[in-house]
Design a protein around this ligand. Sequence first.
Ligand SMILES: O=C(O)CCC(=O)C(=O)O
Ligand SMILES: [Fe+2]
Length: 259
Amino acid sequence: MNKMIDSCSEFFNLEQEEKRQYKGKHTLDPISCGTSVDASVTEVLFWRDYLRVLVHPEFHSPTKPSGFSEVLAEFTKAVRRVARDLLGGISESLGLDSSYIERAMNLDLSLQLLGANLYPPCPQPELAMGLPPHTDHGLLTVLVHNGVNGLQLQHKGMWVNTNIIPGVLFVHVGDHLEVLTNGKYKSVVHRAVVNNKSTRISIAMPHGPSLDTVVSPAAELLENGCPRANYTGMKYKDYLEIQHKSKLRGKTRLDLLKI
Ligand SMILES: O=C(O)CCC(=O)C(=O)O
Ligand SMILES: [Fe+2]
């Protein structure tokens, strides 16, 4: 985990020239990096550099810094194993077979992303935001950071600071687990704030279904006592396209699927 954080730090320290080749424009570009969120759709800038890499089902990696791709490959595999185990446990918690989500979401071809964020110290942190309030699109996101806090979760209308112990994997629920479970699991609205002392690095790894899976509430969950589906189905890939074009704000994209 520390090796992955160090490698991301080295990537962010590369010369602009070397990073320029990764100026991705489309949501499924294998590698993209830049500043803020996506300057083409967001007029407000955020205090953040990012690197976004598609790591599964096809593995991609920047070629520099040296050793990056080996560290990323190992991290990708280890984190995917954790996410799959958790999804097995979540299936059971819903009274379903432990392999239910794995099969229904076609996890052998699951979309897994590396989302690395760098938040440098900000002279006026009260006037800036690292990442605006949003939910993640996948089933689960596994997050680690370099020990500098900054992630806040929305709970009952209030922002709650997280205090993530270094070395711990922090996991939150994404939009598609909310849809699949018909709202039994709720995706978490979160944001990243910045500070004026230390650089923060976070690595978020969203795990989704396969791109062509149409996700709708599991029929098995609608049979017993829950009379109707609260969400319409949508292909995961189409949802990602919509998300890419919209401004990051709270749960607005999930509202599109609510019946
Ligand atoms: O930096 C953080 O803690 C949050 C990152 C995040 O929410 C994301 O990359 O989706
Ligand atoms: Fe997020």
